[in-house]
Design a protein around this ligand. Structure first.
Ligand code: ATP
Length: 202
């Protein structure tokens, strides 16, 4: 599964629609300080389901929307679309029928964000699990942002383990386990209530 294209519109400093073609092999992004290199990497993490505004260098998720400059008004909407090529059929099994995939995330000021996969509405969790299973998620160790190496060196063993789990593509299992445990708890509650009703009816 290869990343082939990243399209941004209204995202941080990329106010106009911008397309980054990701060719096979190594892609380098060069430019002067403040031209938006880190913003591109953040767009990639964001479309893969990043939900921490702090790790996007903002105080709230709306901060990813173009905030305006002296010459241009702020936007109310930001959208990032990531295209994936799955010709080698290495996408997680649930998506293996798809040869090409397009995942987009869109945020409207004060309304939160919504995701689409090949044009269909999906949950944030579906997108996060897709990338977690492919070990390329928003917290993937393949995305090395500024300060990450220092953080890793000073990290506690538990945090380091999370990085290894992300690299091994098993972090999605934790979130599935949490979901299953919460479903189990609610089923147990229902059973208990059913027991009470049964007793009352006897
Ligand atoms: P450096 O080489 O110094 O690390 P960089 O190329 O990685 O810089 P970024 O940090 O990606 O640059 O971009 C910073 C620019 O993005 C700043 O000019 C900042 O004002 C702008 N920016 C960030 N968020 C927004 C936003 N919501 N709206 C408009 N501009 C934004």
């Amino acid at each position: 599964m290869d990343f082939t294209r990243l399209r941004l519109s209204g995202f941080k400093s990329f106010v106009d629609p911008t397309e980054l073609v990701i060719e096979k092999g190594l892609t380098g992004v060069v430019g002067p300080n403040g031209c938006g290199k880190s913003n591109l990497l953040e767009a990639l993490r964001w479309v893969m389901g990043e939900n921490s505004a702090k790790s996007m260098r903002g105080s709230g998720m709306d901060d990813v929307i173009f905030a305006g400059t002296d010459s241009r008004p702020a936007r109310n909407l930001a959208e990032v679309t990531l295209s994936l090529d799955n010709a080698d059929r290495t996408a997680p099994s649930a998506f293996n029928d798809e040869l090409q995939m397009e995942i987009s995330r869109r945020i409207e000021r004060e309304s939160g964000s919504a995701y689409r996969l090949n044009g269909k509405d999906v949950r944030a969790k579906d997108v996060q699990l897709l990338f977690a299973d492919a070990s390329t998620g928003a917290h993937s160790p393949s995305l090395v942002s500024q300060g990450r190496i220092g953080t890793l060196i000073n990290a506690k063993p538990k945090q380091r383990r999370a990085v290894l789990e992300e690299a091994a593509g098993i972090s999605g299992l934790h979130s599935r386990r949490k979901e299953a445990e919460s479903k189990l708890r609610s089923a147990e509650n229902n059973l208990e209530r059913l027991g009470d009703v049964e007793i009352q009816l006897q």
